[in-house]
Design a protein around this ligand. Structure first.
Ligand code: SIN
Length: 350
């Protein structure tokens, strides 16, 4: 019997190789949306039901995920995001905060519908208390579609969440290879797969084939640096629009209904039709917070630019669109903010 095998072994043979570094652990929280949508046939990209495919099936469609991160899936909800509601925001933000407080989780990905993604993303940006990455993603085509965009968006979102460079940048949105800040991103197309942009300021960076690159930083405070905590109280804030021939009826009805705040999607630089402007000034005198934003879609609203904010008691939303301005106003009012001066400071800060 030849017994020479062990005597000819090299010094390293027979030793246990050093362990490979463990992949990061990323929680994937599914909330529904078109990314989890299904249609009767693969060519149908508009007539489908959103939020019917479960998180395990979504992850199963992307085998490459196992090479990027250790995934911990969780089904938080199964909604079409047009029906997003504040109690679900509370549940989602509280769950993310709890997960990120654990040493076992390195980051979170949220799958969401595209329709209100920018609102949820900004809400989380202001209320998540961790520097660990939180990345939202979505899809414009249902999971059943030919050339569905969800699987690659999901892979890219997990790649971003598992990347060291994503820490401390606030909540991110990974969509169609671009990485956006939750503060800036908006949906800009009803059908195109390149549906999200950050008007004026541009994307933060990009993700492709496992590579993540950031090209700018986020300047305004977010996550751990904000004064906001997620709670179950949501002050009643509504949005109205100004347009040719608008009356004061909507504003008066909202005030009668007891709203705490009104955001105006104004024309141009947040300007407001004279009849509606008078109704809003009357609302301020009854203790309602009024914030001027713009329906234009990019740019910012200058304080005192198109309305005499100081005289009327209005607040300017700066570069926040009406939907994000509403999120900030709700959080500010919930945190006890009152009066145009204090609220303007909040809008100038966040
Ligand atoms: C939704 O927002 O849930 C439906 C639309 C979409 O995700 O694109």
């Amino acid at each position: 019997m030849n017994t020479s095998t062990s005597s000819s072994a090299t010094p390293s043979e027979g030793k246990t190789p050093p362990p490979l570094p463990l992949l990061r652990r990323i929680a994937v929280l599914a909330t529904g949306g078109t990314i989890a949508g299904a249609a009767a046939d693969a060519t149908n990209t508009s007539g489908y039901q959103a939020g019917v495919v479960g998180v395990d099936q979504l992850l199963g469609a992307v085998p490459a995920l196992s090479g990027v991160a250790r995934i911990q899936p969780e089904q938080i909800a199964s909604v079409d995001s047009k029906d997003m509601a504040m109690p679900l925001w509370t549940t989602l933000a509280q769950r993310i905060n709890a997960l990120l407080a654990s040493d076992d989780i390195d980051g979170v990905v949220v799958t969401h519908g595209t329709d209100t993604l920018e609102e949820t993303a900004y809400l989380l940006h202001l209320t998540i208390k961790s520097a660990k990455p939180v990345v939202l993603t979505a899809a414009m085509r249902p999971a059943s579609a030919l050339s569905a965009d969800g699987p690659l968006n999901l892979l890219n979102a997990v790649t971003v969440a598992a990347h060291e460079a994503s820490r401390g940048r606030g909540v991110l949105v990974a969509f169609n290879n671009r990485i956006h800040s939750a503060r800036d991103v908006v949906k800009t197309s009803t059908y195109a797969v390149d549906a999200f942009h950050s008007p004026e300021i541009g994307a933060l960076g990009w993700v492709q084939d496992g590579r993540v690159e950031f090209q700018r930083s986020v300047v305004r405070p977010h996550t751990v640096a904000t004064e906001f905590v997620i709670g179950a109280k949501w002050p009643h804030v509504e949005i109205v629009a100004s347009y040719a021939g608008v009356s004061r009826i909507t504003v008066d009805a909202l005030v009668a209904a007891g709203v705490r705040g009104i955001v105006v999607a104004g024309t141009g630089n947040g300007s407001i039709h004279a009849s509606m402007q008078q109704a809003l000034a009357d609302a301020v005198s009854q203790g309602v917070a009024v914030v001027r934003s713009s329906r234009v879609g990019s740019g910012h609203v200058m304080r005192n630019g198109a309305a005499a904010d100081d005289a009327l008691g209005f607040v300017s939303a700066g570069s926040l669109n009406p939907y994000k301005a509403r999120v900030l106003l709700m959080l500010a009012l919930a945190a006890g903010g009152t009066g145009a001066v204090a609220l303007q400071k909040v809008f100038d800060t966040y």
